[in-house]
Design a protein around this ligand. Sequence first.
Ligand SMILES: [Zn+2]
Length: 443
Amino acid sequence: MPNAPLIQDGQRPDADFIARLSPAVSAAMPLAARIFDEFRKVSADGCGVTRQAFGAGEQAAMDVIGAEAAELGLEIAHDAAGNLYVTLPGPDRSRPAVLMGSHLDSVPVGGNYDGAAGVVAGVAVLAALRSLDIVPAQDIRVMGIRGEESVWFGTAYLGSGLALGLLPVERLDDLTRTDTGKTLAQHIDALGYDSGKLRADPPHLSSRNVAAYYELHIEQGPLLQERDLPVAVATVVRGNARYPFAHCEGTNAHSAAVPRAFRRDAVLATADLVMRLEEFWREIEAAGSVDSVLTVGEFYTDPEAHGMTTVPGRVTFTLNFGTTIASDIEEFHRRVAHYARDIEAQRDVKFELGPATGTPPRPLDTEIRAGLGEACRALGHEPFELATAGHDAAMFAKAGIPSGMVLVRNANGSHNPDEAMDMEDFEEGCRVLATALAVRGHL
Ligand SMILES: [Zn+2]
C-alpha cells in the first residue's frame, strides 16, 4: 500500500527521511550505469557518441529511457515535438508537475554524459522514490529533451523551445539540419511526431502546468575538479553576445613592396580589435564581472588569396562574449562598434560585423537554489555555487518557470569523447536532487 506524502507542504525533511532516501538513490545506481552503457552502445560512432538532434542517435537514447521507464512501471508520454516524459504520478493530477530533465542529443563525436546525465539522474531519482513506495505530492516527471545542441540546426534549445512555445513556429520550416538539409518540421514528422500540431496547438508546457524545473548537468569547466568537490549548485546561466559572421576588408598587396602607410592589412586590424576586446574583458573582470568569457573561435584569411608574401586583404572571424551581468552585454556591443570605427580610421580597413545574436543572462530561481543548498547541507556538505553555460534550464527560466541546476564534476571538459564523470559524483548529484525535492515539499 503506497504511503501518503511523507512530507507535507512547507515541512522540512527530517533526518530519518534523508536516511531512507540516500540508500534508495544508491540502489538505483546499477540502473543508471546500465542506461549509460546502453546509451553508449546505441550511439557509438567509432570514437565517441553521436546523437543527432531529431535523428537516429537521439531517438535511440529516447527508446532506451522509454524501455527502462516501462520496466519501472512509470507513465510514458511524448509531446508533438517528440520530447519524452516519464512520470511518477501524484494523487492530484491537476496540480502543476515538477520536472527533472536535460537533453538527449549530443554534438557529433561527443561524450556520453553531456545532457544524458540529467535524464538518467531523473530516472534514477524516480526509481528511488518508487522503491520507497513514495507517492509524491504532485506529478514528478522526467523530460528527455530533443535538440539542445546548436550544431545540428544552427540554433540551440529546439526541443525545450518548442515545448514551451518559445521557438516561433515559422522556424520549423526555415531551420535545416546541417548534415541532412531537411527542415526541422520534416525531421519531426519523419520520427512520427506532428509538426502540424505544434503550429496549431498552445505550448505543451507553461508555468500553469509546470511548478519547477530541475536540471542536473555535467560541469563543463574545471572548477569542481580544482576544488575537489563532487557537485555544485548553479547560480545563473550565462548570457552571451555573438558576432557569427564578421569580416574585416582590407587590400591584398605585395609584402615586400608596400610600405606600412599604404597597407590595408586585415589581419593586423582584426588582431587590434581582438586585443582591445581582451583589454575590455580584463577591465570588467577587475570591476567584478568575474564570470565573463571572451572567445574568438574563428579567425582566418582568404585561402584563395592568402600567402606568406601577401599582405592579407580579408579576415573572417567570430566574436563570442559571455557574461552573468546584463549590462556587460550592452557595453560589449558598444565597445565592438567603437573599436571597429577607431581601427577603421587608423588602419584604413572596413569591418563588416554582420548580424549580432545573443541571449541575456538567466538567473536561476533563488528558492530552488536555496532548496538545493539545503539539500547539500542535509547530506553533510556546504553547497558550492557557480555560474554555468547555456542549458535548457535557461528556456524554462525564460518561460517564467522556477528553475535550478545541479552541476556534477566531470574531467576533460564536454563535447568530446573524453568526458569523464565518476559514478560516485553522479550518485551524489542524484542524492542532492532527490533531497531537494523533499526540501521543497514535492514528496
Ligand atoms: Zn548539455
